[in-house]
Design a protein around this ligand. Structure first.
Ligand SMILES: [Zn+2]
Length: 372
């Protein structure tokens, strides 16, 4: 049992913790951590169970961030999504790779490390039950609590699945930002035969959208792909063939690198649209800012731990969607390394049992290097 990531991952999978339900998952973890000597702070915000647990008070302080919630299983599973079956060398269940397996591997790694004696520094876990949902009462709130209570770590490792095919492929050192915008252009309704008495908002919208897509926003950076803007919808809904409509709407998404912020892009959108439309509304939501942990001591430490255990040199990458690392990046150096993500959010999500042991060894190597 002791230091076994597989039985712990099974116990976590057996807690049906579809966001925002907890299903007892955090009690399983906090009980195990308390027995190791961690001070556990349960932090419930709204409907969401979270906790922060720390072992030791000295620097350096390394934190592992993860979530116990999972996405709904859907139907068509061969193995029960909350059964924790092992078959053909793999552990099946919702959350096996995203990311109960990685959480279990980290706890097992801590067990390995502390049996050699108290670590030279401190180890903490930031565990949320709201990563797959709106993420408002989860990591953001726990970080605020950590700041108020002097618990901000020196470095943070997020256990999201980062590897496309095999353990050791990729360490994520940043993520692109994401922005959604809805544009509504207003004109003056009229007869198509008398356009001088109308003001066609569709023409204005088309010109504005053409200007927005005329040239790339940037060429990318050393660590990021170029920023991409995609128009996702143009909506007029005009049933008549002889009427110039009064308004036209469009929506777009921008995936942006760290040469932009949500605010700078909002300003650019506003200025560009204003050149083509006198009256318009621009509604912008930023679901995450771009962030980057520049390659340095922390990423080097992670890379060498991965290399030591797998013999492979991971690529440093910023691709993919958003994760809670975007919040942590406001406070300290953060990078992500977890399991292989091939089956995450899919039916029959699973992880090779061998990978759970390898990831445990990698996390233990990270802890030993960080707290040497
Ligand atoms: Zn996840």
């Amino acid at each position: 049992m002791y230091a076994d990531p597989v039985s712990l991952a099974q116990a976590l999978i057996r807690c049906a913790s579809v966001t925002p339900a907890d299903g007892g998952a955090q009690a399983v973890l906090s009980g195990r951590l308390a027995r190791l000597g961690f001070t556990v702070h349960p932090l419930r915000f709204g409907e969401t169970e979270n906790f922060f647990a720390r072992l030791g008070t000295a620097a350096p302080h390394i934190c592992f961030a993860g979530h116990t919630d999972v996405v709904p299983p859907g139907t068509g599973w061969q193995h029960g999504p909350f059964a924790g079956d092992i078959a053909e060398g793999a552990l099946f269940g919702r959350g096996a790779c995203d990311m109960k397996g990685a959480v279990a591997a980290f706890v097992a790694a801590v067990e390995h490390v502390v049996k050699d004696g108290a670590p030279n520094g401190s180890i903490s876990l930031l565990i949320t039950g709201d990563e797959e949902g709106p993420a408002t009462d989860g990591t953001v709130r726990v970080l605020e609590w950590m700041q108020q209570n002097g618990q901000i770590p020196d470095m943070c490792l997020v256990g999201e699945p980062t590897n496309p095919k095999a353990l050791g492929d990729v360490i994520k050192i940043g993520r692109r930002g994401s922005l959604n915008a809805t544009i509504t252009v207003y004109g003056v309704q009229g007869h198509v035969a008398y356009p001088h008495r109308a003001d066609n908002p569709v023409h204005r919208m088309v010109a504005a959208l053409a200007a927005l897509t005329a040239s790339p926003l940037d060429e990318g950076t050393d660590w990021f792909e170029p920023t991409g803007l995609q128009i996702t919808s143009i909506d007029v809904g005009n049933p008549a063939m002889n009427v110039i409509p009064a308004q036209a709407a469009a929506r777009l998404n921008i995936r942006f690198n760290d040469r932009h912020t949500g605010a700078s892009l909002r300003q650019w959108l506003h200025g560009t649209i204003a050149q083509h439309a006198a009256q318009f509304d621009l509604d912008v939501t930023v679901s995450g800012e771009a962030f980057l942990t520049k390659p340095g001591p922390f990423t080097a430490l992670l890379s060498s731990a991965v290399h030591k255990i797998t013999g492979r040199t991971p690529r440093l990458d910023t691709g993919g969607g958003t994760s809670d690392a975007r919040f942590i990046s406001r406070y300290c150096a953060v990078a992500e390394f977890g399991l292989v993500g091939a089956t995450m959010h899919k039916v029959d999500e699973n992880v090779p049992v061998a990978d759970l042991h390898t990831l445990t060894d990698i996390y233990a190597a990270v802890l030993r290097a960080a707290l040497a």
